[in-house]
Design a binder for this molecule. Structure first.
Ligand SMILES: Nc1ncnc2c1ncn2[C@@H]1O[C@H](COP(=O)(O)OP(=O)(O)OP(=O)(O)O)[C@@H](O)[C@H]1O
Length: 296
């Protein structure tokens, strides 16, 4: 984009085909220093494939990708930190051996790596014997040990408890504050709020980009208030009418659906309800976009 400096990572019309199947179609995006870019999309949307192209782990079929201003290769890999979904640890080696192995690969000093108290305690245990939380901490510690300018994290908090997740996000923000650029995929909508900018992917395409507020725009949802325990009947009636109904606790919500349609459907089912229009959530907006993409 004009006026901006060199991107840490950049894709220009990047496309990946597997035979006749297109996993990523003409995606353009960039990650700049100091920003956290969130890559969102349902399973199979193409997030991991895009990341793997950026890292040079799989070749683009069309378009170009660059990291630190050049085509990704072994030298660029040395300057970035990557935590894949599968963590990329050596399961039969101990915590310490994994750190030493990575330090040798990156040419850094293993003894300078700062360990969390949990990792320090588990230092001589095999990775396969420690819990997922500690394994994630280890993968993160290793990815950060050589002070990378670009961090690529594929679902870094999946399977973590809320406290560990919050701690991990603190670390991610610290890295961005120090000037690193971060590209992170997530399924958790609350985590999307931690990102400076979001890229929504659907069926291999980038379908929306910007801040959460910009992506939601003026899309609204309706909240349906029923008396007593009629919420379940209201949900069932709206669902049976094939409307995009969801439940938040006991609150029935519908994104992007005219109030009249909701009112008529409930009236036909003999349900009395108050309907209130509210801003849509990011998740609801994603559902609306998915519907448009699938229909189109
Ligand atoms: N090596 C491959 N050969 C054929 N198809 C592939 C290959 N790798 C990925 N795909 C397909 O490409 C699509 C995108 O997959 P990808 O893993 O990038 O999605 P994702 O958004 O990362 O999903 P998830 O959230 O499940 O990780 C999927 O339909 C997947 O089955």
């Amino acid at each position: 984009m004009a006026g901006r400096g060199r991107a840490l990572a950049e894709a220009d019309q990047a496309t990946k085909r597997y035979g006749s199947f297109t996993a990523v179609e003409a995606v353009s995006m960039r990650v700049d220093p100091g920003e956290i870019v969130g890559l969102l999309g349902s399973n199979g949307a193409g997030k991991t494939t895009l990341i793997r192209m950026l890292l040079g782990l799989t070749r683009v079929s069309d378009g170009t990708v660059a990291v630190f201003g050049q085509a990704p290769d072994r030298t660029t890999r040395q300057r970035l930190g990557y935590v894949p979904q599968g963590l990329g640890l050596w399961e039969t080696l101990t915590v310490q051996e994994n750190i030493a192995f990575a330090a040798a690969a990156f040419g850094t000093d293993a003894t300078a790596t700062t360990l969390t108290p949990g990792l320090l305690k588990a230092r001589d245990q095999q990775v396969s014997a420690i819990g997922l939380g500690l394994q994630r901490q280890l993968a993160f510690t290793i990815a950060l040990a050589h002070r990378p300018k670009l961090l690529v994290l594929d679902e870094p908090t999946s399977g973590l408890d809320p406290l560990s997740r919050a701690r991990l996000w603190d670390t991610i923000h610290d890295q961005a504050d120090d000037g690193a650029g971060i590209l992170v995929t997530t399924h958790y909508m609350q985590e999307a709020q931690q990102c400076d900018r979001l890229i929504l992917m659907s069926h291999g395409q980038s379908v929306a980009e910007g801040t959460e507020a910009a992506i939601i725009g003026d899309t609204t949802a309706c909240e349906v208030d029923t008396s007593g325990d009629q919420w379940a009947a209201a949900f069932a009636a709206l669902d049976a009418a094939a409307l995009p109904v969801t439940l938040a606790g006991r609150t029935v919500r519908l994104a992007d659906t005219p109030q009249d349609t909701i009112h008529d459907t409930l009236a036909q089912a003999g349900i009395d309800a108050r309907i209130r229009e509210v801003p849509a959530t990011l998740e609801e907006k994603m559902t609306v976009i998915e519907r448009v993409v699938t229909a189109g």
